[in-house]
Design a protein around this ligand. Structure first.
Ligand SMILES: CC(C)(COP(=O)(O)OP(=O)(O)OC[C@H]1O[C@@H](n2cnc3c(N)ncnc32)[C@H](O)[C@@H]1OP(=O)(O)O)[C@@H](O)C(=O)NCCC(=O)NCCS
Length: 171
């Protein structure tokens, strides 16, 4: 997917005037090329945190661009700075990346990014998460996503569990 494709989905978030946003309310918008440096840093730091038991190579802009090349990328902006991103392989409704800068976690950015993706993808959206990544599993559970215990895959990193979205929680 080209960068132009990445810009095609603009979602519902207003990205027209970021300077007017209040500092404590994240805005989710489409990725632009100027975001690559910030996204690479987030990928580097939050990835090392998520996969703490394996060597995590230094992730630079080239690495970020390579792993997201087929994906729609959306970013969470706080106070004018990109502090989180999500990468979605749309044909499979598959969320391949979701990372929030360690300095900006637990203040709602992950929620904002996943909520935006839920609205776009709808039921059937899914992802894979390492079983050892307990904070992330708690995060998805808190949003009403469901782990499929029969869909565990193993590789060199460890066991991956499939987590999926069935639609908005009613009531
Ligand atoms: C997982 C991650 C994306 C969550 O993003 P976040 O912005 O920190 O999460 P939010 O602030 O939106 O949290 C929403 C809710 O999820 C749950 N939650 C989030 N982080 C949690 C944690 N570390 N432990 C337990 N519950 C957690 C809580 O219920 C939280 O609500 P609360 O803060 O009011 O209690 C972020 O921690 C991250 O980037 N982690 C490293 C990378 C990673 O593991 N990515 C996922 C790979 S599958």
């Amino acid at each position: 997917m080209t960068m132009q494709n990445k810009l095609e989905w603009n979602g519902n978030a207003d990205s027209s005037n970021l300077s007017e946003q209040v500092i404590d309310k994240p805005v989710v918008r489409a990725f632009i090329d100027d975001d690559a440096s910030a996204c690479a840093e987030i990928f580097d730091l939050a990835g090392r945190q998520a996969f703490f038991w394996v060597p995590w190579p230094r992730m630079d802009q080239a690495a970020f661009t390579r792993v997201t090349c087929d994906e729609i990328v959306r970013v969470a902006v706080l106070g004018g700075a990109v502090m989180g991103f999500i990468g979605i392989y749309v044909p499979d409704k598959f969320i391949h990346h979701l990372y929030v800068h360690p300095k900006a976690q637990r203040i709602g950015l992950g929620n904002a990014l996943l909520s935006d993706a839920e609205a776009f993808l709808g039921p059937g959206a899914h992802l894979k998460c390492q079983m050892r990544n307990l904070p992330a599993r708690s995060f998805y559970r808190a949003r009403g996503w469901t782990e499929d215990i029969e869909m565990v895959e193993a590789d060199d990193i460890g066991n991956w569990t499939r987590i999926s979205y069935a639609g908005p929680v009613v009531g």
